[in-house]
Design a protein around this ligand. Structure first.
Ligand SMILES: [Zn+2]
Length: 554
């Protein structure tokens, strides 16, 4: 279920654009455009063999052998047919073996091409029929990608520590599934058998723990909400556990034993953060499954109801002042950013990674909302503007659709600065917070595209904001406010210099007087307009901390 709202799929395959492989969240060099590979088309396209069915549930039942770095088991996949057909597409990395695919007691035929597995049924599956197959697989998954994919590691004390973080790479790096973002299961079971000495902390609720009698114990997790594939997570190690409550929301924390005191201190930030997000966005989305924060060896990931954390129990990001303006050291960036994804990323999900700003831009903006809630508006303004140093404006935030093309890092920082700019366009905070809350409420538990966001904001504001969205998200360059001073006449001319011709956005201009800035709002378009001013070029100011724009003074 959880198909996206757009009824029509638009698959733009632009041969001149290619795959971006950004490094960890630090600024990275711009990537070279290249044609999408066959693998990227197979992964990225929501083709007819994906669109012919709607996921209902996964039941992933696996055994993990840390010594052999080996996984084996099966995923029972339930789905509903949306049309008559006899073939579907699933995904599993080609280094993993398909042991068999069962349909009842019938072994199904299948064809593999790179990461795709095309499964054939002996007869046509009828539209609206509910089907179930058992996908058996095994092998040694490879450690790969931005966050490691799956890692058979050791903790500092030399004990086994196996973690997954497969956003971008794809969940099919370690288990078979329909590996895309448009369609999610309604719920999921995750059964993980591991050596007795270890603990697995995964998504959802632990509903059972069974000693299998052969040195292995199976942990059974039940996820009672829709979940995206990359949000499904294994965290297998020697974990200590402590817990807390926020009203009737359970908060569970897991860390290595030696970090217990540090974790108790640092993880105390979770509660006021969730309170702030609940105030501005709405109730924590996965209440039945609880909120968990789990120590891992990489920086962190938004695994649904099981947020993973590796930020060294220190404020900022990896002990740095993340936006470089003195605000970041007041809080733990990973706790806040990754948890914000529970609202923006896990509850509201971009249906294609081309539009992943719906997850990353909004989660980054949520950091600013958190700063405003806890430390005040002045800090929030400083914090969001600190992100300007990380923006490159070299490619549009939204990439080509259907070709597995990860957007550039601008999706985070420019995405947040764009939403901050949009707030200044609305220019009424009470209204802005109402719109933000209504936005979350409208799209929670759904998979959407930018068109849905634009239509919602246009409807809420009663304005045509489409050209503004287009310029910030679909073009590389910032809008530039061009000013021409004719000081002898006491006149200034102004217009927007943009790629989008219909671009029109209000902006505040003015001057500093007795330490106060006196603003007036002007309504520039891409056509020249003129106004009277007694200000000369040098003292004429533009509110560039409220609007993320360039200013050209002539
Ligand atoms: Zn993120």
């Amino acid at each position: 279920m959880r198909l996206n709202l757009l009824s029509q799929l638009i698959c733009l395959v632009l041969p001149t654009l290619g795959v971006l492989t950004p490094a960890q969240q630090a600024p990275s060099a711009p990537s070279r455009p290249s044609a999408p590979s066959r693998a990227d088309i197979l992964r990225g396209e929501y083709g007819p063999l994906r669109a012919n069915n709607d996921l209902l549930s996964y039941d992933l039942d696996i055994r993990v052998d840390p010594e052999k770095k080996f996984i084996g088991g099966k995923n029972t996949i339930r789905f509903k047919m949306l049309k008559d057909d006899n073939r579907i597409q699933l995904d599993l990395f080609d280094n993993l073996k398909v042991d068999k695919i069962l349909y009842g007691s019938t072994e199904l035929k299948y064809t593999r091409e790179l990461g795709a597995v095309f499964v054939d049924f002996p007869a046509t599956l009828k539209k609206n029929s509910v089907q179930s197959i058992e996908f058996h697989y095994s092998g040694s998954p490879k450690e790969t990608g931005r966050f490691g994919g799956i890692r058979f590691g050791k903790d500092p004390a030399g004990r086994h520590w196996i973690t997954t973080a497969c956003q971008g790479v794809g969940a099919s790096v370690w288990w078979p599934n329909k590996d895309q973002q448009r369609d999610e299961v309604e719920n999921m079971r995750l059964r993980v058998a591991i050596p007795n000495a270890l603990t697995d902390v995964s998504n959802g609720r632990l509903v059972g723990k069974t000693d299998l009698g052969d040195g292995y114990t199976r942990y059974d997790w039940a996820i009672s909400y829709p979940i995206n594939n990359y949000g499904v997570s294994l965290n297998i190690g020697h974990y200590e556990h402590f817990s807390d409550k926020l009203g009737d929301l359970s908060l569970d924390f897991y860390c290595l034993p030696e970090n217990l005191e540090k974790a108790k201190r640092q993880f105390a930030q979770a509660k006021p953060m969730i309170e702030a997000f609940q105030k501005y966005f709405g109730e924590y989305p996965f209440k039945r499954d609880g909120y968990k924060l789990i120590e891992v060896p990489y920086s962190g990931m938004e695994h649904q109801s099981a947020v993973t954390y590796g930020n060294r129990f220190a404020n900022g990001y990896l002990e740095r002042d993340w936006t470089g303006v003195g605000v970041s050291p007041k809080f733990d960036f990973i706790i806040v950013h990754e948890s914000a994804h529970e609202w923006f990323g896990n509850s509201i999900t971009g249906a294609d990674i081309s539009d992943m700003w719906i997850q990353e831009g909004w989660a980054t903006y949520a950091e600013c909302v958190y700063v405003e809630a806890l430390f005040g508006k002045e800090d929030a303004l400083k914090y969001v503007n600190g992100y300007k140093s990380k923006v490159r404006n070299q490619q549009p935030i939204i990439t080509a659709r259907g070709v597995n093309q990860t957007p550039s890092q601008d999706q985070y920082f420019k995405g947040a600065l764009f939403l901050h700019t949009l707030r200044s366009v609305v220019d009424d905070d009470i209204r802005w917070w109402k719109i933000i809350r209504a936005y979350y409420d409208r799209f929670k538990y759904r998979n959407i595209m930018t068109e849905d966001v634009v239509a919602f904001f246009n409807q809420q504001t009663g304005k045509n904001l489409t050209p503004i969205f287009d310029q910030y998200l679909r073009r590389a360059a910032l809008p530039a406010l061009e000013l021409r001073f004719q000081e002898s006449d006491g006149v200034v001319s102004y217009r927007w210099k943009t790629d989008v011709k219909e671009f029109a956005m209000p902006v505040k201009v003015g001057r500093t007087l007795d330490w106060q800035i006196l603003w007036q709002t002007i309504q520039p378009t891409t056509e020249w307009k003129t106004m009277k001013t007694d200000l000369i070029k040098e003292v004429f100011e533009v509110a560039t901390d409220l609007y993320y724009i360039d200013v050209i003074k002539n």
